[in-house]
Design a protein around this ligand. Structure first.
Ligand SMILES: [Zn+2]
Length: 205
């Protein structure tokens, strides 16, 4: 059996295969779902094969029972009554990057409240951490502009945080490149940080 998926019972956008969008941070909310199963709710990442991976293990959606009711976590607060989810014709997988970016944009536009969006998108960082990481690489006169910065002597953890912050605030991909051959004993590592930025990315202008 190939991939299959459903549409969110609230917003109607597809529930994407979590593995297929693992590399696209901004698309993560499209694979993070809540399943209403009887009286319980199972919250986790949809795997494309009828399973939800959650903190305590894997939940198999009962395909022989009633049609499941699945919603994106960001849509949960708008799930007023339990309805059935329709099957997704794209099987949660067969979408181009551009289509996925459009879904992300629509999802974030419909998501209720900034707090819901942030909880899902912060990826374990505090907002302060992301803000200060972004400040180090943004254009100080134009945060929506392209990002083209060099940071020095950063740890892997900090570089991951910067990359995540740029993708979080600009909605576009951030590329880190180590710069080789820096002739300065105080500099152990120099890393270029680049992104097309918010205005020229999928979330802009
Ligand atoms: Zn939804």
């Amino acid at each position: 059996m190939g991939f299959f998926s459903w549409k969110c019972a609230v917003c109607g956008l597809p529930i994407l295969n979590g593995h297929a969008v693992a590399g696209i941070l901004a698309a993560r909310p499209l694979s993070q779902v809540c399943l209403f199963a009887g009286l319980t709710r199972i919250v986790g990442t949809y795997d494309g094969y009828g399973r939800i991976e959650h903190d305590a293990g894997i939940h198999e959606i009962d395909l022989n029972g009633d049609e499941p009711c699945l919603v994106h976590q960001v849509c949960l607060s708008r799930a007023e009554q339990r309805t059935e989810s329709e099957y997704d014709p794209g099987q949660g997988f067969f979408y181009s990057d551009e289509q996925i970016r459009n879904f992300v944009k629509q999802l974030l536009e419909t998501a209720t409240g900034l707090r819901t969006r942030q909880t899902l998108l912060l990826n374990g960082y505090s907002e302060e951490q992301l803000q200060s990481a972004f400040k180090r690489v943004e254009d100080p006169d134009d945060w929506k502009g392209s990002i083209d910065a060099v940071v020095l002597n950063e740890t892997d953890e900090m570089l991951s945080c910067i990359k995540y912050a740029v993708e979080f605030y600009t909605g576009s991909k951030c590329v880190l490149t180590d710069i080789d051959g820096v002739q300065d004993e105080k500099i152990t590592r120099a890393t270029k940080v680049e992104s097309v930025g918010y205005r020229n990315g999928p979330a802009g202008p």
